[in-house]
Design a protein around this ligand. Structure first.
Ligand code: 0X9
Ligand code: ZN
Length: 459
């Protein structure tokens, strides 16, 4: 069954996030407890339990939570996939949600974060739901502990770079390494400065052959979507390092000038690493602006909010945020004939429009390109990425994708990377490399589909 979600200016809730990673600076015991809880999640997923059983399992005190030495969190927060079944229930779920992680599955389900009272309400109402993550804090704590490991904190060995998530400085250093390795193919640029003064770094990759197309890849507009930063950095890495050995990569680099901005929201990313794993926006005023609601096409409309506390707060004006303005100026300088904005999660390939149900003038061409990308992705590891116009998932106004396409006629796509559901934003590091395979496959398919095609005229 497919229900149309009630129209609202706020897909994501306005309740301030009550939980901070900083409160988890516990010790070894908490780390172990968290690891045990993560093992519990893996077990639940591995067992493939039905939703009722998962729900029950969630009610039991987790291995690490039975008797905490000091109560450090107000409540255990769970990520659940709910099938509301009616518009009224949908609206109520959103009201009760502490955070919305994702809308998926042909509009029948929504992934939300709930506290125990919210879970209790779901049970009372008899709504169908499955627990994705019984304790999101425990999962974040386990990841934090793993990343703090001394071996991981060292500069990674070249062959191991993509075996783990990397922080902002390490990603930026890697771009410099690639440019040093092949100055003939790659140069690092600074396209702007974040609100808190961090550089917005880009790597420009091109071969010696005459340029035929220009492609922009950005990622990390949303701070908590760490796999997106890893994939775009990995795409740059594979193209530069594979140029001499792989004819297909060489042809791409010779035919397409590619600019990659791996961390489009550096302040948010640093905050997500150090303070709040599930932080989404930039850091404006402490409340943040959703950078993917700050662009000038359909700014302020459905699927964005004027409330600073909202996860989809659009900012005071289009391009009020320096991170969005830097991307605007980069694109306005010209030369791009394609764009991919990497996000997570859900395994989706979205094309314009995001803000309206109307079909774009280039709908067939855009969905054709998206189909090519989905096919190329599936050929890698058999994973299915579903394609649709962004609005079919839910309305979102002021997005980068709509602006690149609407203002500049650039075929533009959002790719929501792995997972389909599972652990949400905290994806196991073993999945970085296969997800990169999928991202690269999409980039190559798009590049090959575009070479020799002329840019679209703005609508
Ligand atoms: O809401 C967003 O900005 C993107 N999804 S995410 O879960 N990564 O936050 C998607 C924007 C694409 N457009 C629509 N879904 N309408
Ligand atoms: Zn996102």
């Amino acid at each position: 069954m497919s229900i149309r979600r009630p129209s609202s200016d706020e897909r994501l809730p306005t309740i301030p996030w009550p939980w901070r990673l900083a409160t988890l600076a516990g010790g070894h015991t908490r780390g172990l407890a968290a690891l045990a809880a993560v093992a519990g999640v893996a077990l639940l997923v591995g067992l493939g339990l039905g939703s009722a059983e998962r729900e029950l399992a969630c009610e039991r005190p987790g291995p690490g939570r039975a008797t905490p030495a000091t109560p450090v969190t107000p409540a255990t927060l769970a990520a659940v996939r709910v099938t509301p079944g009616s518009e009224a229930a949908w609206a109520e779920v959103r009201v009760r949600a502490i955070d919305v992680w994702s809308d998926h599955d042909e509009e029948t389900t929504i992934d939300v974060v709930l506290d125990p009272a919210g879970l209790e309400w779901l049970r009372r109402e008899g709504l169908a739901f499955a627990v994705l993550v019984p304790d999101i804090e425990a999962v974040a704590t386990a990841e934090h502990a793993r990343l703090a490991d001394v071996a991981i904190a060292k500069p990674p060995a070249p062959g191991e770079w993509f075996t783990e998530y990397r922080d902002l400085d390490t990603i930026h250093a890697h771009l410099e390494d690639l440019a040093r390795l092949r100055p003939d193919l790659a140069q690092v640029e600074t396209i702007g400065t974040s609100l808190e003064g961090r550089p917005l770094r880009a790597i420009r990759i091109h071969g010696p052959a005459e340029r035929r197309a220009g492609m922009l890849i950005d990622s990390g507009l949303h701070a908590r979507e760490w796999i997106s930063m890893m994939v775009s950095t990995c795409v740059a890495d594979r193209l530069v390092q594979g140029y001499d050995h792989d004819a297909r990569l060489r042809s791409f680099v010779d035919a397409v000038e590619l600019v990659v901005v791996p961390v489009a929201n550096p302040d948010g990313y640093v905050h997500s690493w150090g303070r709040d794993r599930y932080w989404r926006k930039n850091r404006r005023g402490g409340h943040g602006v959703d950078l993917n609601r700050n662009f000038a096409v359909a700014w302020g409309r459905d699927g964005s909010s004027g409330n600073t506390a909202s996860q989809v707060y659009r900012g005071a004006a289009p391009f009020s945020e320096p991170e969005a303005a830097a991307l605007r100026d980069l694109v306005a300088a010209g030369g791009f004939t394609a764009h991919i904005d990497f996000h997570s999660y859900g395994q989706l390939l979205l094309h314009p429009w995001s803000y309206t149900r109307e079909r774009s003038r280039d709908h067939r061409r855009l969905s054709g390109l998206a189909k090519d990308m989905a096919k190329a992705i599936k050929a890698e590891h058999g994973e299915r990425y579903r394609l649709m116009p962004g609005e079919s998932l839910y309305p979102a106004s002021g997005t980068l994708m709509d602006w690149a396409y609407g203002e500049h006629g650039i075929p533009s796509f959002v790719i929501e990377l792995r997972p389909r559901g599972g652990s949400g934003f905290v994806l196991p590091p073993a999945q970085i490399a296969p997800t990169c395979d999928e991202g690269l496959a999409a980039v190559l398919a798009l590049g090959e589909g575009l070479v020799a095609q002329s840019p679209l005229a703005p609508e």
